[in-house]
Ligand binder design. Structure first.
Ligand SMILES: C=C(OP(=O)(O)O)C(=O)O
Length: 524
């Protein structure tokens, strides 16, 4: 039986199924409310210590996620309702479960992908504490298994030993979740959105996370076809690694710049700067987590990346909050967030917050080769207003004698109005095509909706025509044009992008080698 879903991290896995939805071990009730209360306190303490031990062994992103979980566990707002229910006679496990389930329900009901993705974090915290209450509820994840269930907790991911292979298959899940991000950076195959249809929970399965599918109880013929695809994927990856340290060049000898996309400053820790041409996109909205980052925090984050890159360019995008990336305390509730107050529209509406980021960027600029770009630009007036804020902040810093530099200012091309009439933007320093959003707006197909994923193709002639038009405009006017959407790292899309005239792509670090190998195979 085969079920199709959405690929969240490419690769292949074959192995026994492991049911992620097994309930934690039963809790032995206590004699009175005081003891119940003590049991919950002890379980929260145990869960925090377990997470703290994991933080010590974790790297950048993973440590950040675990610290976020510890902060939530230590937050009285989360445990308060559970302690109140214990006071009115509920056992500790039921009180904790009810309190957390009600939080989870709130997140799950959100129409925003980001908040739905955070529900997995809350379920994780809930189960950590429930497991700590049970006698020994921990069911170890077998090595090399395909973890299958509704969703997966980030700690489950981090505790699993992936050295023997294995993968993740989720009925729900999201390509934007913390686990999806971790899976992509560690090369663990993952498919989400498989739907409610329950497959068998035992036996072997085949996970094709290159195309997005799982096959339960496969036939010998299915196993054979799967192994051929898996081996071809492994061959392509192995062959690609030889391209990593070389500059990207097509079969015809055309040089192509390949930069990386990052989200957190710690992302650069695992990348050898010699393998890329710089940072084509740093998404700053991920710095805007639970609280809005102050100027110093942002300055140090940007400076770290600039110093890592040396004289290679680092393109930092001003905060692209909204749409599928809401930021508490910044973005607004909207019926149609993808078409609402997001990106530069929100920054211009909240100049108090925007000015903090601008100052941090201007100060960081002296530490490297910074370029700054604005997201979701639809009109030249928005660009002019944003650029004027940079000039104004520059004047203020100069008056205070603060060291700074005004970087080149460019724009994302992700709204069709820009791609259709680029002549309105002849004075920008550069264009960077955001093919994820450009495709969703051209095709009228939300990028986070599995039901319309088949429409969301950058290779549709309408999208390619716009990309080619922007590339041609840039060539005519001497304005550099790059592409930083996910299509830049997709070997299937790369030939079409180069044929459309692009010579500068920015890709996820894990896709660098495959992208360079795909470029070497194109005859432009
Ligand atoms: C790179 C892009 O931006 P985002 O962060 O919205 O994916 C894009 O839209 O292609």
């Amino acid at each position: 039986m085969r079920i199709d879903g959405i690929p969240a991290s490419p690769g292949y896995a074959e192995g026994p199924l492991f049911d992620l939805d097994q309930p934690p071990a039963a809790y032995q009730g206590k004699a009175n409310a005081t003891e119940e209360r003590a049991a919950l306190e002890a379980a929260i303490g145990k869960a925090v210590s377990r997470l703290a031990a994991l933080v010590d062994a974790a790297d950048g992103d993973a440590a950040g996620i675990l610290e976020f979980h510890i902060a939530m566990l230590e937050d009285d707002a989360l445990s308060g309702p559970a302690f109140a229910s214990i006071g009115s006679g509920q056992p500790a496990d039921a009180a904790w479960r009810a309190a957390l389930d009600s939080e989870v329900a709130g997140y799950e009901a959100s129409d925003q992908d980001y908040f739905r993705a955070r529900a997995a974090d809350l379920r994780d915290i809930r189960d950590q504490v429930l497991r700590a209450m049970g006698e020994d509820g921990e069911v170890a994840t077998p090595q090399g298994a395909i973890l299958y269930g509704e969703d997966i907790a980030p700690t489950r991911f981090l505790e699993t030993d992936w050295s023997e292979g294995g993968g993740i298959a989720l009925k729900r899940g999201s390509t934007a979740s913390h686990v999806a991000m971790l899976a992509r950076s560690r090369g663990v195959p993952m498919v989400v959105g498989l739907g409610a249809t329950a497959g068998p929970l035992t036996g072997n399965a085949l996970l094709d996370a290159e195309h997005g599918a799982i096959v339960f109880s496969p036939s010998p013929a299915e196993v054979e076809t799967f192994r051929q695809s898996a081996s071809s994927f492994a061959d392509r990856q192995g062959a690609a690694r030889t391209f990593l340290t070389e500059p990207a060049v097509t079969k015809a000898g055309t040089a192509v710049r390949v930069q990386v996309n990052i989200a957190y400053p710690s992302d650069v820790d695992g990348i050898d700067i010699a393998t890329c041409d710089g940072v084509g996109l740093m998404r700053t909205e991920f710095l805007f987590g639970k609280t809005l980052p102050d100027e110093e925090t942002q300055y140090h984050a940007y400076r770290k990346v600039l110093e890592w890159a040396g004289d290679k360019p680092v393109t930092i995008r001003t905060v692209d909050a909204g749409g599928d990336k809401p930021v508490p305390g910044f973005t607004v509730e909207e019926t149609n967030p993808f078409l609402g107050l997001r990106g530069i529209r929100l920054s211009l509406a909240r100049r108090d917050i925007f000015r903090v980021q601008i100052r941090a960027l201007l100060r960081a600029a002296i530490h490297g080769n910074l370029k700054v770009m604005f997201p979701m630009i639809a009109t030249s007036d928005e660009y002019s207003q944003a650029a004027a804020l940079f000039v104004e902040a520059q004047g203020a810093l100069a008056a205070r004698g603060v060291a700074h530099r005004l970087p080149p200012l460019g724009i994302m091309v992700e709204v069709p109005s820009v791609a259709l009439a680029p002549e309105a933007f002849a004075d920008v320093a550069f264009f960077s095509i955001g093919s994820n959003d450009l495709t969703q707006y051209v095709m009228a197909a939300a990028r986070d909706n599995a039901a319309v994923a088949h429409l969301n193709s950058v290779r549709h002639p309408a999208v390619l025509r716009l990309i080619a038009a922007v590339a041609a405009f840039g060539r005519d006017k001497g304005i550099p044009v790059s592409l930083c959407g996910d299509a830049g790292g997709d070997p299937a899309a790369i030939p079409a992008l180069l044929e459309a005239g692009l010579r500068d792509l920015s890709v996820a670090p894990a896709q660098l080698a495959m992208a360079k190998a795909a470029i070497a195979d194109v005859a432009v």
